[in-house]
Design a protein around this ligand. Structure first.
Ligand code: C2E
Ligand code: CA
Ligand code: CA
Length: 430
């Protein structure tokens, strides 16, 4: 059977969907954005009908269809082409890796759906994809390419098949890192380490910053400065951050018996603080693990705030309304104006480590730290110095009346068990 015959056989169920998909693809072809068309074919629908009946099977498929709505962002659209086939038109994609991640997500969704629907056998899907803007000139050619890819994939039992393979080492490398990161996230290979934060006045440990760690079996430890950037560019950052929030709450719950009240700070990337969705994630994680919202600190960079003041203001206000705290990270690098600082929805300023690390040698950096402490004081904010690498730096900060300190001199970021041992030793030494 050729590709067109296959799609024609599937089409009559949902009138007009193919036309609508073609219309959208045509529209996208007239723009400059890169996009992909993914055809998703749910395997074994007949077996599903035979085991749980048509009505319940339809419900399972409808719920899966609802989950696909997650991809409906910007110009991205979903179309149901038959009782078992969907088209996802994915916009603003950077490369093939992005499509790979979307396909993996779809596989996870269909699997989760079969579990939620208490279906005895696991449902799976095949995905055939075609990339827009790569030598195609008509919408129907692109859809047809995706159909051919789907057919090829179904024939050889592959979960994702591209019709037009992109080439180039750069793409493959980047794609490889994205794919590996997606697998690490799914396989539980990402973990949080915790760097203590102390009160300068009384030396008490008041909290910890959760910092993500990724140890790939082949590549070794990969710096968060690299993989957070990859996660941001391929759209994985939302899932990664939700994982961090959940994990940090669970950690607080696990430590409850062993530590006095501590706060845990989670970093939020710029894209996460433009949308109120994050507020619900924090709310649900704290309630699942029975954590007081004021035990959570969300760190956002000063530059992220300045990039989109209006939306971030609303999100940060909502986070604080929940009772969680907001810390302005990397302070001093983002050029906040006094007018903005006056109404900033934050509890704390965190002076960027580049100034703190050099404050003993560089009079200019010391001045910046001094001013940051004064600004925080005048706006009623607490102030944290990060990058405290020596006893002398800690003493200088004490002199300046800085509230809290974090840095290698106090401790490096530690795995959860090491954090607990460090905490106990420190407590028993007074
Ligand atoms: P950040 O938020 O500014 O985190 C502090 C960084 O400073 C950490 O680097 C920490 O290990 C390092 N640091 C702490 N004390 C000292 C010190 O005394 N001296 C020096 N030289 N460095 C110190 P790390 O763990 O490599 O993280 C780098 C960045 O990656 C973080 O910078 C943050 O922007 C990002 N990041 C890490 N985990 C996450 C995460 O879960 N989500 C997001 N969105 N970003 C994360
Ligand atoms: Ca931080
Ligand atoms: Ca920082």
């Amino acid at each position: 059977m050729d590709a067109q015959a296959s799609s024609a056989a599937d089409l009559p169920h949902i009138d007009g969907s193919v036309d609508a998909a073609l219309e959208q693809i045509k529209r996208l072809l007239s723009t400059t954005q890169d996009f992909a068309v993914l055809l998703v074919y749910v395997h074994d629908v007949d077996r599903l009908c035979a085991t749980i009946g048509h009505a319940d099977a339809q419900k399972v498929i409808a719920q899966f269809r609802g989950q696909l709505d997650e991809f409906r962002r910007g110009d991205s659209c979903i179309y149901q082409l038959s009782d078992r086939k969907f088209a996802v038109v994915l916009c603003n994609i950077r490369n093939q890796g992005h499509v790979q991640l979307a396909a993996q997500k779809i596989q996870r969704q269909i699997k989760a759906q079969s579990m939620a629907g208490k279906v005895e056998h696991s449902l799976t899907a095949a995905v055939g994809a075609a990339l827009g803007k790569r030598g195609y000139n008509s919408a129907s050619d692109i859809l047809r390419s995706a159909e051919i890819a789907l057919l090829e994939g179904r024939r050889v039992g592959q979960t994702l098949t591209f019709h037009a393979q992109a080439t180039g080492d750069e793409l493959v490398n980047e794609w490889d890192l994205e794919r590996k990161l997606a697998n690490a996230l799914e396989g539980g290979d990402l973990e949080l380490h915790y760097q203590p934060k102390i009160c300068i006045k009384n030396n008490m440990v008041i909290g910890a910053e959760a910092l993500m760690r990724w140890n790939d079996p082949q590549l070794g430890a990969i710096s968060p400065n690299i993989f957070i950037g990859v996660a941001e560019s391929c759209g994985l950052i939302t899932e990664l951050t939700y994982f961090a929030i959940q994990r940090a709450c669970r950690q607080l719950d696990e430590w409850r018996r062993d530590v006095e009240k501590l706060t845990v700070a989670v970093n939020l990337s710029p894209s996460l603080i433009r949308n109120l969705e994050i507020v619900d994630v924090i709310k649900s994680a704290t309630s699942i693990w029975n954590i007081e919202p004021n035990e959570m600190v969300l760190e956002v960079t000063e530059s992220a705030l300045m990039a989109d003041p209006k939306n971030t203001h609303n999100v940060l206000t909502a986070i604080r309304d929940l009772g969680a705290k907001v810390s302005l990270d990397d302070f001093g690098t983002g050029f906040s104006s006094f007018a903005y600082l006056k109404k900033i929805p934050a509890d704390e300023l965190k002076i960027d480590r580049s100034f703190v690390m050099n404050m003993l040698e560089d009079a200019g950096d010391r001045k910046i730290v001094e001013h940051a402490v004064a600004i925080a004081g005048s706006f009623g904010l607490k102030v944290v110095a990060e990058g405290v690498e020596s006893m002398d730096a800690l003493a200088a900060l004490r002199e300046l009346n800085c509230d809290f300190a974090q840095g290698y001199y106090i401790s490096r970021p530690l795995a959860p068990d090491d954090f607990l041992s460090w905490y106990r030793t420190r407590r028993s030494n007074g």
